[in-house]
Each structure stands twice: as C-alpha cells, then as structure tokens.
Ligand binder design. Structure first.
Ligand SMILES: [Zn+2]
Length: 282
C-alpha cells in the first residue's frame, strides 16, 4: 500500500476545463478517487500511518489519499466570480457537495489541509501583483479571516507555507541575503527561523494554536540543511511533524518525513485519466 498526497491551488483558474481550473478538477477528482476505491484521509492520518513503522502497510489495504491546498486564498473555502470564467465553487463547498451527493459514508475521513502564507504584508502584495497567466487572485482573496471558520468545520486544517514564500513580487523578503523565489537559499538557522518558526508562531497565534503540525516548502524547494538538520533538530520547538515538497511520487513509508512528496494538479496530472494512472501505481 502507498499513500498519495495531492495538491490543488484554488487560485488556479485560467479557464473552465479540468486542466485550467482546479475547482473543476477537484470536484471531478473526489468522485474519481472514490470510484477508484481510494480512502481519503487527513494529512496527519496518512503520514503517521505510513511513517510510523517505516514499513509498507499490508498489500490488501486500500490506497490512502490526503488532500492539500497551497498558498491560502479564501477560495479554499469560499466561492467567487471570475471576471471571465464566471462563478466558481469554493473547495470547501466542493467537499460538501460531494458529501451531499455521495453520502457521509462514501469518504468518512474526507479532509484537506491548507498551507497558508503567514505574513499579512506579503499576502497583500501577492494579491495585488498576481500573474493572470497562471492564477486569479481577486481583491481581499489573501485575507486570513477564513482560517478559524475553516478549522471550525472540521473539514479543513491550516498549516505553514512559510512567512512570505520568498515571493519574487515582494520588495523585501525575510531572508539575510534577499534570496527571492529560491527556498533552497534558506541555509542557516536565522533564515529558517524567519521563514518557518516565525510563520508557525503567527499562524498558531491566529488559530488559537489549532494549526496543523506540517510545513510545505515554497515552490517545493528544499535543501540538506532544512531536511537533515533544521527541521528534525527543531521539530518540537516548531511544533512540526512532517514537511512536504512537490515531487510526483507516492509515499511508501520509507521517506524522510521532512521531505515528503506531493503530486500537483495541473502540473503532475492534467486530466482524470492521468490521475487514474497515478493512483493505479499503488
Ligand atoms: Zn506556494
């Protein structure tokens, strides 16, 4: 048995078809995964289950899938109207639509983890400078006002996607050498604390310490310092149990828990057929 972590971006809306709209894809994929016999579980259930023993689970077990959302636009929970492509259903409502249609028992563990950017200033600038070729981020979309209501639903967890994503649009990033768009340049404890510890503290304070114990590397970039030293040595202080990159591989249980792979919708798969192939590799 293997586990699969799938990643969706609720701001990836550049068309009205599966490949260009993660809302269309996510709705279709919940049905597809269920029909394929996969069990959707929380990120904690998946990682703890697979990594606890370091051995593969029994072969007759169902494949497990954990769902993650990245960057934290409010579209993870709320619908919006795209100026060109019209009404879009929020990811949370897509999950609720699935439960209404298929019943609670179809996926009793249905859950998703949203990796959010901590810095309010960074979120404000990202919102104002988004690249319309890849995404849509309307006014107010990068607010954090939805984090607590999302946790309250029991369907969505909030986790750490760094302080400012080293986002290239920012005039200044929290990094000693102003390395932008390259998280592999987080090479010492000072820079790592600025990007990971400070983000965790902010998100924890905003969520009354109800944030999930996971980190997702911006751009999927990681390095040996973070994976081998900083995260394992500071796990307790950081309140973290695992970290996620973006690599198109399942989790078998033999990975380093500070560098777990995820598949990205629109990148690693662009059609239901391609996702079926990925899941079939279990
Ligand atoms: Zn990101």
């Amino acid at each position: 048995m293997k586990g699969f972590v799938l990643t969706y971006h609720s701001h990836h809306v550049v068309g009205s078809d599966y490949a260009r709209n993660d809302h269309i894809a996510f709705a279709a994929d919940l049905e597809l995964m269920t029909d394929a016999g996969c069990e959707i579980v929380s990120l904690g259930t998946l990682t703890d289950g697979l990594l606890r023993t370091g051995k593969d689970a029994p072969h007759d077990a169902r494949a497990q899938v954990a769902i993650t959302f990245d960057d934290g636009p409010i579209y993870d929970v709320e619908g919006f109207t795209h100026p060109q492509f019209g009404a879009q259903r929020g990811f949370l409502n897509i999950m609720r639509d699935f439960v209404s249609k298929r019943g609670r028992d179809a996926q009793p563990g249905l859950h998703a983890t949203s990796f959010v950017i901590a810095s309010p200033e960074a979120r404000r600038i990202i919102e104002a400078t988004y690249d319309a070729h890849y995404t849509y981020v309307g006014a107010g979309a990068m607010t954090d006002a939805w984090w607590n209501p999302a946790i309250d639903t029991g369907l969505i967890a909030i986790a750490n996607h760094s302080w400012d994503h080293l986002h290239p649009a920012l005039p200044r990033v929290a990094h000693s050498r102003q390395a932008k768009a390259d998280f592999t340049q987080v090479l010492d404890a000072e820079d790592a604390d600025a990007q990971i510890a400070d983000a965790g503290a902010f998100i924890g304070a905003r969520t009354q310490r109800r944030n999930a114990p996971f980190f997702a590397y911006p751009f999927g970039h990681y390095n040996a310092f973070l994976v081998e030293r900083y995260l394992p040595e500071n796990a307790a202080r950081l309140g973290l149990r695992a970290a996620f990159a973006v690599e198109a591989r399942p989790i078998t249980g033999r990975e380093n828990r500070w560098c777990l792979p995820r598949f990205v919708c629109g990148d690693d798969w662009k059609s239901p057929e391609e996702l079926t192939t990925i899941l079939g590799s279990s």
